[in-house]
Structure formats: C-alpha cells, structure tokens
Design a protein around this ligand. Structure first.
Ligand code: MG
Length: 314
C-alpha cells in the first residue's frame, strides 16, 4: 500500500488528472486557480469554476471564531476567481457537521459566508448538508469572463516583471481568517490586459512562484528587500525570520502576477490611481529554466528551501 502521505498532494492530483477524458468545452482543466470552460453555444463568455474547503482541525479548531471560518470559506473561492480575473456569479455550499454541534455557531458561520459572498456579488444558490464527525464546509463557485480573457498561471516570459499585491507573511498571526480577496483588483488586471500570468498566493510565495513562472521554461530573480513583509509577520518571528514567514507560510491570498517589461511603468502608475492597496515589484522572470534566485540587499544570492504548504505531507 502507498499512503497519501507518501505520494503527497501534487502527485495525487497528477494521478487524478490522468483519469480525466479530454472535452473540447474545457479551455483550462485542472492545475490552474480556476477551470475555464466554454459551452459550444456561448460566443461571449467563458466560465471560471473553483472549489475550496474549510475543515475543522485542518484550517480551524473548535475554538476559532465563527465569523472567521465563514468568511474564509467564501474568500478562498473569491480569491481563486480573482486570480483568473473572473466576476463572481454563483456558489453552492456543502456542509458536514456533527449532530451535537451548537446550531447558533453553525448559523453564525453560514451568515459570515453569505455576508462575504454578497459583498463581492457572489450569489449562494444552494448546496447540501450531511452529518459527520467534525465540521467541514465546501464551496463551489462560478465566475464569468469575456471569452478568451482569463488570466492564467501560464504565460510568463523572460524579462516580465513580477508583482505582488498587499503584504505577505501575516497568516499565522490570524490574517488567514480576515483577508480581503483581491476581486476588484483581479477584474481590473484582466479587463485592462496588464498581465502575462497570474495566481493567488495560497501555498506561500516561494511555492506559488514555481507554479506561476513555468519552471520548465523560465526562472525568476526575486529581490528579497522588495518583498512586502507584513508587520504581523515581524511580530511572530518564533525562530524564523519575518522574510521567511513572508516567503514560506501559506494562505496570504494576495495576487502574484507578471507584467511584460515594456508595460511595467505605465502599469504601476495606473495601479496607483485605481487602488489604495499597494502593489510591489519584487523581481524579474529569467530565461534560466528552473532557477529561482533570491537576491539579498547586498547582492548575494540566498538559498531558500521550499517550505510551502503541501497537503497530506507531514
Ligand atoms: Mg488559487
């Protein structure tokens, strides 16, 4: 027997993927932030599909604030839609809960999910409930995109500039329950066609950079001093530096994307007049396949081991 822990999340997903038949209505299948589908009869739109789970003892504990749990369920899906630049449309929620659970707590979770969804125009239109040993919530969400416009993880080329929104490294200090999904920013990036590739930072910057820049073709050079490290990352150093938290902790849910070099200055100006949240230029895509270089402020290359989050691995 091979266990899930031995295979790891990436290999399991790869094995699942081989079981799926091709379908001409699928523009982008598994492996991106959203699947992108287009029914043959639809000439105007594509549809971005995503799902996420929030599970007791994995993402939260029995003591976690109900509002944070509910917000996180909706905001995780919204963040994936944002990464594709999709306009949030509809969602389903599946709830599994122990019969002994306090009904008021579950209602508070659900209300928080509904509130966050409504704030971004995501309509909750149904779902399913069942009993289980621990509380588990699953959301499946649909977003809309003009045909052919989805932002994807693929597409970065050498010399593209790498940007990240907001600040990184605050998730362990509690930000993973209150983060703001960058929905408006994602739609703006997509509608103005600034990006060559985009992803939301869910596994940690170090990990998601590899997912973004297509390490089989490209490399990346990141200026450590340019990474926007949050104040809360500095406050929870616990044996690891604030920069390490910013690089390796998951669940920041900021947008990480590339912009072609010739558009970069114009992009930064346009961003500043459109949004209050900051965007940081953190590095450059290179032509050296697979090489991820972190450059310290003194010019030396720092070796950062990949410590991003992977499910099933202990
Ligand atoms: Mg994502």
């Amino acid at each position: 027997m091979t266990t899930l822990a031995e295979l790891g999340e990436r290999e399991i997903i790869e094995q699942f993927r081989r079981l799926l038949p091709a379908d001409s209505s699928v523009i982008v299948g598994p492996g991106d932030d959203c699947a992108i589908v287009r029914p043959a009869t639809d000439n105007n739109f594509e549809w971005a599909l995503t799902s996420d789970a929030v599970i007791e003892n994995t993402h939260f504990t029995a003591e976690t604030d109900a509002v944070g749990i509910g917000h996180k369920l909706a905001a995780r899906c919204l963040s994936d839609l944002a990464a594709a630049g999709a306009e949030p449309m509809w969602a389903l929620i599946n709830i599994s809960a122990p019969p002994s659970m306090d009904a008021d707590r579950l209602k508070a979770v659900y209300r928080a999910t509904a509130d966050t969804a409504a704030k971004y125009g995501l309509s909750i239109v149904g779902g399913d409930t069942s009993s289980s040993n621990a509380l588990a919530l699953h959301m499946f969400a649909v977003g809309r995109l003009p045909r052919g416009s989805a932002m994807l993880r693929s597409g970065a080329s050498p010399n593209d500039v790498v940007y990240v929104t907001g600040e990184l490294g605050g998730s362990l200090a509690g930000r993973h329950l209150v983060f703001v999904p960058r929905v408006r920013e994602g739609i703006w990036l997509r509608s103005q066609a600034w990006t060559s590739s985009a992803i939301d930072v869910s596994d940690g910057l170090e990990c998601d950079l590899r997912n973004l820049i297509d390490v089989n073709r490209n490399g990346v050079r990141i200026e450590l001093g340019s990474i926007p490290v949050s104040a809360s990352a500095r406050s929870c150093e616990n044996g690891r530096s604030a920069t390490e938290h910013a690089l390796c902790d998951g669940e920041d849910y900021e947008l990480l994307f590339t912009v072609p070099e010739e558009k970069a200055d114009k992009f930064e100006k346009a961003w500043r007049s459109a949004f209050e949240v900051k965007v940081s230029r953190i590095g450059t895509v290179t032509g050296q396949a697979g090489s991820i270089d972190y450059v310290d402020t003194d010019g030396s290359i720092v070796n950062i081991r990949n410590k991003g989050y992977e499910h099933f691995r202990s």
